[in-house]
Design a protein around this ligand. Structure first.
Ligand code: NAD
Ligand code: DAU
Length: 336
Protein backbone atom coordinates (compact mmCIF):
# COMPACT_ATOMS: atom_id res chain seq x y z
CA UNK A 1 0.00 0.00 0.00
CA UNK A 2 1.02 3.61 -0.58
CA UNK A 3 1.28 5.40 2.78
CA UNK A 4 1.21 9.16 2.15
CA UNK A 5 2.80 11.49 4.70
CA UNK A 6 2.25 14.93 3.23
CA UNK A 7 -0.63 15.50 0.83
CA UNK A 8 -2.08 18.46 -1.04
CA UNK A 9 -5.88 18.54 -1.23
CA UNK A 10 -7.07 20.95 -3.92
CA UNK A 11 -10.57 22.33 -3.41
CA UNK A 12 -10.38 21.34 0.27
CA UNK A 13 -12.74 24.18 1.27
CA UNK A 14 -15.58 22.91 -0.93
CA UNK A 15 -18.31 20.43 -0.07
CA UNK A 16 -16.59 17.12 -0.83
CA UNK A 17 -12.94 18.21 -0.47
CA UNK A 18 -13.54 19.53 3.06
CA UNK A 19 -15.29 16.29 4.00
CA UNK A 20 -12.15 14.43 2.83
CA UNK A 21 -9.93 16.69 4.98
CA UNK A 22 -12.12 15.84 8.01
CA UNK A 23 -11.91 12.17 7.05
CA UNK A 24 -8.09 12.27 7.01
CA UNK A 25 -7.89 14.13 10.33
CA UNK A 26 -10.35 11.71 11.99
CA UNK A 27 -8.72 8.54 10.66
CA UNK A 28 -5.07 9.26 9.82
CA UNK A 29 -3.51 11.63 12.37
CA UNK A 30 0.00 11.05 10.93
CA UNK A 31 -0.84 12.53 7.53
CA UNK A 32 -0.15 16.24 7.00
CA UNK A 33 -2.64 18.02 4.73
CA UNK A 34 -2.02 21.19 2.73
CA UNK A 35 -5.34 22.54 1.45
CA UNK A 36 -5.01 24.59 -1.74
CA UNK A 37 -8.21 26.50 -2.50
CA UNK A 38 -9.07 29.71 -4.37
CA UNK A 39 -12.16 30.32 -2.17
CA UNK A 40 -14.51 30.90 -5.09
CA UNK A 41 -18.22 31.40 -4.36
CA UNK A 42 -18.29 27.64 -3.60
CA UNK A 43 -15.37 27.55 -1.16
CA UNK A 44 -15.77 28.37 2.53
CA UNK A 45 -12.83 28.36 4.96
CA UNK A 46 -15.31 27.76 7.82
CA UNK A 47 -15.60 24.16 6.55
CA UNK A 48 -12.08 23.33 7.78
CA UNK A 49 -11.32 26.15 10.25
CA UNK A 50 -11.52 23.97 13.38
CA UNK A 51 -8.88 21.68 11.85
CA UNK A 52 -6.25 24.30 11.03
CA UNK A 53 -3.03 23.82 13.01
CA UNK A 54 -0.15 21.33 13.00
CA UNK A 55 -1.89 18.74 10.86
CA UNK A 56 -3.82 20.92 8.41
CA UNK A 57 -2.45 24.00 6.66
CA UNK A 58 -4.40 26.31 4.34
CA UNK A 59 -2.96 27.98 1.25
CA UNK A 60 -5.18 30.50 -0.53
CA UNK A 61 -4.41 30.16 -4.23
CA UNK A 62 -5.48 29.09 -7.69
CA UNK A 63 -4.62 25.74 -9.28
CA UNK A 64 -3.97 27.59 -12.56
CA UNK A 65 -1.06 29.46 -10.93
CA UNK A 66 2.02 27.55 -12.16
CA UNK A 67 4.43 29.68 -10.12
CA UNK A 68 2.56 28.98 -6.90
CA UNK A 69 2.48 25.24 -7.69
CA UNK A 70 6.25 25.32 -8.24
CA UNK A 71 6.69 26.61 -4.70
CA UNK A 72 4.03 24.44 -3.10
CA UNK A 73 4.30 20.98 -4.61
CA UNK A 74 7.93 19.99 -3.74
CA UNK A 75 8.05 18.06 -0.47
CA UNK A 76 4.56 16.63 -0.87
CA UNK A 77 4.08 12.97 -1.79
CA UNK A 78 0.54 13.11 -3.22
CA UNK A 79 -2.00 15.50 -4.71
CA UNK A 80 -5.69 14.67 -4.23
CA UNK A 81 -7.43 16.87 -6.77
CA UNK A 82 -10.99 18.01 -5.93
CA UNK A 83 -10.88 21.67 -7.05
CA UNK A 84 -13.37 22.32 -9.83
CA UNK A 85 -16.24 24.40 -11.01
CA UNK A 86 -18.88 21.82 -10.12
CA UNK A 87 -22.38 23.03 -10.98
CA UNK A 88 -24.07 22.11 -14.27
CA UNK A 89 -26.50 25.04 -14.33
CA UNK A 90 -23.64 27.51 -13.90
CA UNK A 91 -21.75 25.83 -16.75
CA UNK A 92 -24.74 26.30 -19.04
CA UNK A 93 -25.03 30.00 -18.15
CA UNK A 94 -21.27 30.70 -18.36
CA UNK A 95 -18.90 27.89 -19.41
CA UNK A 96 -15.60 29.80 -19.40
CA UNK A 97 -14.60 29.33 -15.72
CA UNK A 98 -15.16 25.58 -16.20
CA UNK A 99 -12.59 25.49 -19.01
CA UNK A 100 -10.11 27.47 -16.91
CA UNK A 101 -10.35 25.57 -13.64
CA UNK A 102 -11.33 22.08 -14.74
CA UNK A 103 -9.14 21.77 -17.85
CA UNK A 104 -6.28 24.28 -17.49
CA UNK A 105 -6.14 23.85 -13.71
CA UNK A 106 -5.84 20.06 -13.99
CA UNK A 107 -3.15 20.51 -16.66
CA UNK A 108 -1.12 22.80 -14.38
CA UNK A 109 -1.37 20.36 -11.49
CA UNK A 110 -0.34 17.44 -13.70
CA UNK A 111 2.70 19.38 -14.89
CA UNK A 112 3.73 20.15 -11.31
CA UNK A 113 3.16 16.52 -10.29
CA UNK A 114 5.32 15.38 -13.22
CA UNK A 115 8.10 17.82 -12.40
CA UNK A 116 8.31 16.75 -8.75
CA UNK A 117 7.27 13.09 -9.24
CA UNK A 118 4.21 13.31 -7.01
CA UNK A 119 1.42 10.70 -6.90
CA UNK A 120 -1.83 12.15 -8.33
CA UNK A 121 -5.40 11.16 -7.51
CA UNK A 122 -8.02 12.79 -9.73
CA UNK A 123 -11.56 13.17 -8.38
CA UNK A 124 -14.08 13.00 -11.19
CA UNK A 125 -17.73 12.35 -11.88
CA UNK A 126 -20.03 9.72 -13.37
CA UNK A 127 -21.35 12.46 -15.69
CA UNK A 128 -18.42 11.86 -18.07
CA UNK A 129 -20.35 8.78 -19.27
CA UNK A 130 -23.41 10.78 -20.34
CA UNK A 131 -26.78 9.31 -19.40
CA UNK A 132 -28.77 6.08 -19.45
CA UNK A 133 -32.42 5.55 -20.39
CA UNK A 134 -34.86 5.05 -17.49
CA UNK A 135 -35.72 1.51 -18.68
CA UNK A 136 -32.10 0.47 -19.40
CA UNK A 137 -30.96 -2.26 -16.97
CA UNK A 138 -27.33 -1.17 -17.56
CA UNK A 139 -25.19 0.83 -15.15
CA UNK A 140 -21.94 2.69 -15.83
CA UNK A 141 -18.75 0.64 -15.46
CA UNK A 142 -15.08 1.53 -15.95
CA UNK A 143 -15.49 0.30 -19.56
CA UNK A 144 -18.39 2.62 -20.50
CA UNK A 145 -17.42 5.00 -23.35
CA UNK A 146 -17.16 8.72 -22.55
CA UNK A 147 -20.21 10.69 -23.72
CA UNK A 148 -20.50 13.93 -21.69
CA UNK A 149 -23.54 16.18 -22.21
CA UNK A 150 -22.99 19.52 -20.47
CA UNK A 151 -20.18 22.09 -20.51
CA UNK A 152 -19.40 20.96 -16.93
CA UNK A 153 -19.22 17.25 -17.70
CA UNK A 154 -17.28 17.80 -20.94
CA UNK A 155 -14.59 19.70 -19.01
CA UNK A 156 -14.44 16.93 -16.38
CA UNK A 157 -14.14 14.37 -19.21
CA UNK A 158 -11.30 16.47 -20.69
CA UNK A 159 -9.52 16.52 -17.35
CA UNK A 160 -9.83 12.72 -17.04
CA UNK A 161 -8.27 12.36 -20.51
CA UNK A 162 -5.35 14.57 -19.51
CA UNK A 163 -4.72 12.43 -16.43
CA UNK A 164 -4.75 9.23 -18.51
CA UNK A 165 -2.35 10.76 -21.04
CA UNK A 166 0.08 11.95 -18.33
CA UNK A 167 0.13 8.42 -16.93
CA UNK A 168 0.69 6.70 -20.26
CA UNK A 169 3.10 9.20 -21.79
CA UNK A 170 5.14 10.34 -18.78
CA UNK A 171 4.55 7.44 -16.40
CA UNK A 172 2.99 9.74 -13.81
CA UNK A 173 1.57 7.71 -10.90
CA UNK A 174 -2.14 8.46 -11.26
CA UNK A 175 -5.53 7.08 -10.29
CA UNK A 176 -8.98 8.39 -11.22
CA UNK A 177 -12.30 7.99 -9.41
CA UNK A 178 -15.70 8.75 -10.96
CA UNK A 179 -18.37 9.14 -8.32
CA UNK A 180 -22.14 9.57 -8.41
CA UNK A 181 -24.20 12.39 -6.82
CA UNK A 182 -23.10 13.27 -3.28
CA UNK A 183 -25.32 14.55 -0.49
CA UNK A 184 -24.71 15.54 3.12
CA UNK A 185 -23.87 18.61 5.26
CA UNK A 186 -21.87 21.56 3.84
CA UNK A 187 -23.25 21.23 0.28
CA UNK A 188 -23.81 24.57 -1.47
CA UNK A 189 -27.43 25.79 -1.64
CA UNK A 190 -27.31 25.82 -5.45
CA UNK A 191 -27.44 21.99 -5.50
CA UNK A 192 -30.72 20.07 -5.63
CA UNK A 193 -31.10 18.70 -2.08
CA UNK A 194 -29.79 21.75 -0.11
CA UNK A 195 -31.73 24.11 -2.37
CA UNK A 196 -35.03 22.44 -1.56
CA UNK A 197 -34.31 22.05 2.18
CA UNK A 198 -33.34 25.71 2.55
CA UNK A 199 -36.26 26.83 0.36
CA UNK A 200 -38.65 25.09 2.75
CA UNK A 201 -36.93 26.64 5.77
CA UNK A 202 -37.30 30.10 4.17
CA UNK A 203 -40.92 29.57 3.09
CA UNK A 204 -40.07 29.35 -0.64
CA UNK A 205 -41.68 26.54 -2.61
CA UNK A 206 -39.19 23.85 -3.81
CA UNK A 207 -38.49 23.79 -7.56
CA UNK A 208 -38.51 20.63 -9.65
CA UNK A 209 -37.07 20.62 -13.20
CA UNK A 210 -38.90 19.10 -16.17
CA UNK A 211 -41.01 16.02 -15.39
CA UNK A 212 -39.04 15.24 -12.20
CA UNK A 213 -38.31 11.69 -13.37
CA UNK A 214 -34.56 12.14 -13.91
CA UNK A 215 -32.65 9.61 -11.81
CA UNK A 216 -29.52 10.31 -9.77
CA UNK A 217 -27.51 7.68 -7.85
CA UNK A 218 -27.09 9.22 -4.38
CA UNK A 219 -24.11 8.55 -2.11
CA UNK A 220 -23.30 10.14 1.24
CA UNK A 221 -20.19 12.31 0.99
CA UNK A 222 -18.49 10.40 3.87
CA UNK A 223 -18.65 7.24 1.76
CA UNK A 224 -17.08 9.14 -1.14
CA UNK A 225 -14.23 10.21 1.16
CA UNK A 226 -13.52 6.70 2.43
CA UNK A 227 -13.52 5.45 -1.17
CA UNK A 228 -11.03 8.11 -2.31
CA UNK A 229 -8.74 7.23 0.61
CA UNK A 230 -8.96 3.53 -0.31
CA UNK A 231 -8.08 4.25 -3.94
CA UNK A 232 -5.26 6.65 -3.06
CA UNK A 233 -3.60 4.14 -0.74
CA UNK A 234 -4.40 0.76 -2.35
CA UNK A 235 -5.53 1.49 -5.93
CA UNK A 236 -3.49 0.30 -8.92
CA UNK A 237 -1.53 3.02 -10.68
CA UNK A 238 -3.07 4.02 -14.02
CA UNK A 239 -6.50 2.65 -13.06
CA UNK A 240 -9.98 4.17 -12.86
CA UNK A 241 -12.49 3.20 -10.15
CA UNK A 242 -16.21 4.00 -10.12
CA UNK A 243 -17.66 5.02 -6.74
CA UNK A 244 -21.34 4.51 -5.98
CA UNK A 245 -23.61 3.05 -3.31
CA UNK A 246 -26.69 1.75 -5.21
CA UNK A 247 -28.68 4.90 -4.39
CA UNK A 248 -30.77 5.36 -7.55
CA UNK A 249 -33.81 7.59 -7.01
CA UNK A 250 -35.72 9.98 -9.22
CA UNK A 251 -35.88 13.67 -8.31
CA UNK A 252 -39.62 13.60 -7.59
CA UNK A 253 -39.11 10.80 -5.04
CA UNK A 254 -36.24 12.66 -3.36
CA UNK A 255 -38.28 15.87 -3.20
CA UNK A 256 -41.26 14.04 -1.68
CA UNK A 257 -38.89 12.50 0.89
CA UNK A 258 -37.62 15.98 1.80
CA UNK A 259 -41.16 17.37 2.06
CA UNK A 260 -42.23 14.47 4.29
CA UNK A 261 -39.18 14.70 6.55
CA UNK A 262 -39.85 18.44 6.91
CA UNK A 263 -43.56 17.98 7.67
CA UNK A 264 -44.86 19.52 4.41
CA UNK A 265 -47.67 18.30 2.10
CA UNK A 266 -46.15 16.19 -0.68
CA UNK A 267 -47.45 18.50 -3.45
CA UNK A 268 -46.08 21.72 -1.92
CA UNK A 269 -43.60 22.46 -4.73
CA UNK A 270 -43.43 24.15 -8.17
CA UNK A 271 -42.68 22.50 -11.51
CA UNK A 272 -40.18 24.70 -13.37
CA UNK A 273 -38.42 24.84 -16.74
CA UNK A 274 -36.17 21.88 -17.50
CA UNK A 275 -32.37 22.12 -17.64
CA UNK A 276 -31.16 22.24 -21.30
CA UNK A 277 -29.59 18.89 -22.27
CA UNK A 278 -30.69 17.44 -18.90
CA UNK A 279 -29.17 13.97 -18.38
CA UNK A 280 -31.92 11.40 -17.80
CA UNK A 281 -30.32 8.84 -15.52
CA UNK A 282 -27.00 8.01 -13.87
CA UNK A 283 -26.25 4.63 -12.28
CA UNK A 284 -22.94 3.31 -10.99
CA UNK A 285 -21.68 -0.28 -10.85
CA UNK A 286 -18.94 -0.15 -8.19
CA UNK A 287 -18.07 -3.87 -8.37
CA UNK A 288 -14.41 -3.20 -9.22
CA UNK A 289 -13.85 -0.97 -6.19
CA UNK A 290 -15.69 -3.37 -3.90
CA UNK A 291 -14.12 -6.64 -5.11
CA UNK A 292 -10.56 -5.47 -5.89
CA UNK A 293 -10.06 -2.96 -3.04
CA UNK A 294 -12.64 -4.19 -0.51
CA UNK A 295 -14.37 -0.80 -0.08
CA UNK A 296 -17.96 -0.73 1.27
CA UNK A 297 -20.32 2.20 1.79
CA UNK A 298 -21.62 2.65 5.35
CA UNK A 299 -24.48 5.18 4.83
CA UNK A 300 -26.78 2.79 3.01
CA UNK A 301 -30.06 4.11 4.47
CA UNK A 302 -30.91 7.17 2.34
CA UNK A 303 -33.87 8.22 4.52
CA UNK A 304 -31.72 8.45 7.63
CA UNK A 305 -28.90 10.23 5.77
CA UNK A 306 -31.45 12.70 4.45
CA UNK A 307 -32.91 13.32 7.94
CA UNK A 308 -29.42 14.01 9.29
CA UNK A 309 -28.77 16.39 6.36
CA UNK A 310 -32.06 18.26 6.87
CA UNK A 311 -31.23 18.64 10.56
CA UNK A 312 -27.79 20.06 9.71
CA UNK A 313 -29.32 22.82 7.52
CA UNK A 314 -31.92 23.57 10.20
CA UNK A 315 -29.13 23.86 12.81
CA UNK A 316 -26.66 25.88 10.69
CA UNK A 317 -28.43 28.81 8.98
CA UNK A 318 -25.34 31.00 9.59
CA UNK A 319 -23.45 28.72 7.19
CA UNK A 320 -25.88 28.86 4.23
CA UNK A 321 -27.88 32.08 4.61
CA UNK A 322 -25.16 34.36 3.16
CA UNK A 323 -25.34 32.50 -0.19
CA UNK A 324 -29.07 31.88 -0.36
CA UNK A 325 -30.58 35.11 -1.74
CA UNK A 326 -28.05 35.49 -4.57
CA UNK A 327 -28.45 31.83 -5.54
CA UNK A 328 -32.25 32.11 -5.74
CA UNK A 329 -32.00 35.40 -7.69
CA UNK A 330 -29.81 33.65 -10.28
CA UNK A 331 -32.28 30.77 -10.62
CA UNK A 332 -35.23 33.14 -10.83
CA UNK A 333 -33.59 35.02 -13.74
CA UNK A 334 -33.31 31.65 -15.56
CA UNK A 335 -36.96 30.77 -14.92
CA UNK A 336 -35.93 28.04 -12.48
P1 NAD B 1 -17.70 22.55 -4.74
O1 NAD B 1 -18.15 23.44 -5.85
O2 NAD B 1 -18.51 22.46 -3.50
O3 NAD B 1 -16.21 22.95 -4.30
C1 NAD B 1 -15.20 23.25 -5.22
C2 NAD B 1 -14.02 23.82 -4.44
O4 NAD B 1 -12.95 24.08 -5.37
C3 NAD B 1 -14.33 25.15 -3.74
O5 NAD B 1 -13.78 25.16 -2.44
C4 NAD B 1 -13.64 26.19 -4.63
O6 NAD B 1 -13.24 27.35 -3.92
C5 NAD B 1 -12.45 25.40 -5.16
N1 NAD B 1 -11.96 25.92 -6.44
C6 NAD B 1 -12.69 26.19 -7.55
N2 NAD B 1 -11.89 26.67 -8.53
C7 NAD B 1 -10.62 26.68 -8.03
C8 NAD B 1 -9.36 27.05 -8.56
N3 NAD B 1 -9.23 27.51 -9.82
N4 NAD B 1 -8.25 26.91 -7.79
C9 NAD B 1 -8.37 26.45 -6.51
N5 NAD B 1 -9.55 26.10 -5.94
C10 NAD B 1 -10.66 26.21 -6.70
O7 NAD B 1 -17.53 21.12 -5.43
P2 NAD B 1 -17.87 19.66 -4.84
O8 NAD B 1 -19.29 19.38 -5.08
O9 NAD B 1 -17.30 19.54 -3.49
O10 NAD B 1 -17.02 18.77 -5.86
C11 NAD B 1 -15.64 18.52 -5.62
C12 NAD B 1 -15.08 17.64 -6.73
O11 NAD B 1 -15.80 16.41 -6.76
C13 NAD B 1 -15.20 18.23 -8.13
O12 NAD B 1 -14.02 17.90 -8.85
C14 NAD B 1 -16.40 17.53 -8.72
O13 NAD B 1 -16.30 17.46 -10.12
C15 NAD B 1 -16.29 16.18 -8.08
N6 NAD B 1 -17.56 15.42 -7.92
C16 NAD B 1 -18.64 16.02 -7.34
C17 NAD B 1 -19.80 15.29 -7.14
C18 NAD B 1 -21.02 15.90 -6.47
O14 NAD B 1 -22.03 15.24 -6.34
N7 NAD B 1 -20.98 17.15 -5.99
C19 NAD B 1 -19.86 13.95 -7.56
C20 NAD B 1 -18.74 13.38 -8.18
C21 NAD B 1 -17.59 14.13 -8.35
O1 DAU C 1 -23.31 12.89 -10.82
C1 DAU C 1 -22.34 13.63 -10.15
C2 DAU C 1 -22.63 15.11 -10.31
O2 DAU C 1 -23.70 15.42 -9.43
C3 DAU C 1 -21.40 15.98 -9.99
O3 DAU C 1 -20.42 15.74 -10.95
C4 DAU C 1 -21.77 17.47 -9.99
O4 DAU C 1 -20.66 18.22 -9.55
C5 DAU C 1 -22.94 17.68 -9.05
O5 DAU C 1 -23.35 19.04 -9.13
C6 DAU C 1 -24.11 16.77 -9.40
O6 DAU C 1 -24.67 17.13 -10.68
P1 DAU C 1 -26.26 17.16 -10.94
O7 DAU C 1 -26.51 18.07 -12.08
O8 DAU C 1 -26.80 15.78 -11.00
O9 DAU C 1 -26.73 17.81 -9.52
P2 DAU C 1 -27.79 18.94 -9.14
O10 DAU C 1 -27.82 18.98 -7.65
O11 DAU C 1 -27.54 20.21 -9.86
O12 DAU C 1 -29.17 18.35 -9.67
C7 DAU C 1 -29.62 17.05 -9.29
C8 DAU C 1 -30.89 16.76 -10.08
O13 DAU C 1 -31.95 17.62 -9.62
C9 DAU C 1 -30.78 17.04 -11.58
O14 DAU C 1 -31.55 16.06 -12.28
C10 DAU C 1 -31.42 18.42 -11.75
C11 DAU C 1 -32.48 18.44 -10.68
N1 DAU C 1 -32.78 19.75 -10.08
C12 DAU C 1 -31.76 20.53 -9.65
C13 DAU C 1 -32.01 21.75 -9.01
C14 DAU C 1 -30.88 22.64 -8.54
C15 DAU C 1 -34.12 20.13 -9.87
O15 DAU C 1 -35.06 19.42 -10.26
N2 DAU C 1 -34.37 21.32 -9.24
C16 DAU C 1 -33.37 22.14 -8.79
O16 DAU C 1 -33.68 23.20 -8.22
Amino acid sequence: AFIPKNIIVTGGCGFIGSNFVHYVVNNHPDVHVTVLDALTYAGNLENIKPLLGDQVEFVHGNICDAKLLDELVPGHDAIVHYAAESHNDNSIANPEPFLKTNVEGTFRLLEAARKYDVRFHHVSTDEVYGDLALDDPAKFTEETPYHPSSPYSSTKASSDMLVRAWHRTYGLRTTISNCSNNYGPYQHVEKFIPRQITNIIEGIRPKLYGDGLNVRDWIHTEDHSSAVWTILTTGCIGETYLIGANGERNNLTVLKDILRVMGQPEDAFDWVKDRPGHDRRYAIDSTKLQTELGWRPTHTDFESGLRQTVQWYVDNPQWWEPAKAATEAKYKAQGQ
